[in-house]
Write a protein that binds this ligand. Sequence first.
Ligand code: NAD
Length: 249
Amino acid sequence: MSSALTGQTAVITGAVRGIGRAIALRLAKSEANLIINYYQNEAAALDLSRKIADLGGHCVLVRGDVSHPDDAQKVIQSSLENFNRLDILVNNAGINRDNLLLRMKEDEFSQVIAVNLLGTFHCTKYASKIMMKGRYGRIVNISSVVGIAGNAGQANYAASKAGIIGFTKSVAKELGTRNITVNAIAPGYIKTDMTNQLSDDQKGKILSRIPLGRFGLPEEVANMVNFLVSDEANYITGQVFRIDGGMEI
Ligand code: NAD
């Protein structure tokens, strides 16, 4: 079986569960070699690497906190050390620390900015240096519909995800001449540990706003990532793609 990403190397941050895990499995099916960044859960990382090996894929696990520049650099450099190239970066790592503005502590705000926005900055900066030399790169940043529309109780998360959109468009303008595309995906409500925290009441209210009448699946986000990093999307850059079942049409 040959496929579109054969021989390419992809770095995926925060990739051992939820959306990141689905992206890793999708890109492995497209025969990319993978650097799987994980934060703490080594058992989940090992489980994913076994699954990728079962698919006939190759991956290397790299522990690191993307909010720290040294860790982010280590994660990105490992693509050269292990596979001698870097073609694709998916900035997926993200956290939420929800609270109403008046109750929100400064560290709840700064932690979310540090992982979601600074982490995306660090990894993109180090990856783009390598991609510019190779005159090729595909970068996908995972934002959120909350970064477009805002959400009560998520001022920190919304600010980080809106920041990712501005960052994506700016970097797309900077790197376009080097054949590096930079796009963002804004998922709506996707079934993962992050949305499992919602109460049944919150879930019901959200579902009533989704024309397709259900939460999305991590695989449905992963399919879009796979498209954006493939040759079929060569002329697409600086865009934000909502995957949200039609919320806020
Ligand atoms: P998740 O909590 O299951 O996964 C997040 C991953 O990021 C985890 O593997 C976690 O370990 C990792 N991570 C956290 N802090 C890290 C750090 N400092 N360094 C490296 N990795 C770190 O959530 P998910 O739903 O799979 O979310 C994936 C991405 O999609 C996030 O950026 C999230 O904001 C975004 N998103 C999710 C939804 C949704 O409905 N689930 C909607 C919109 C956007």
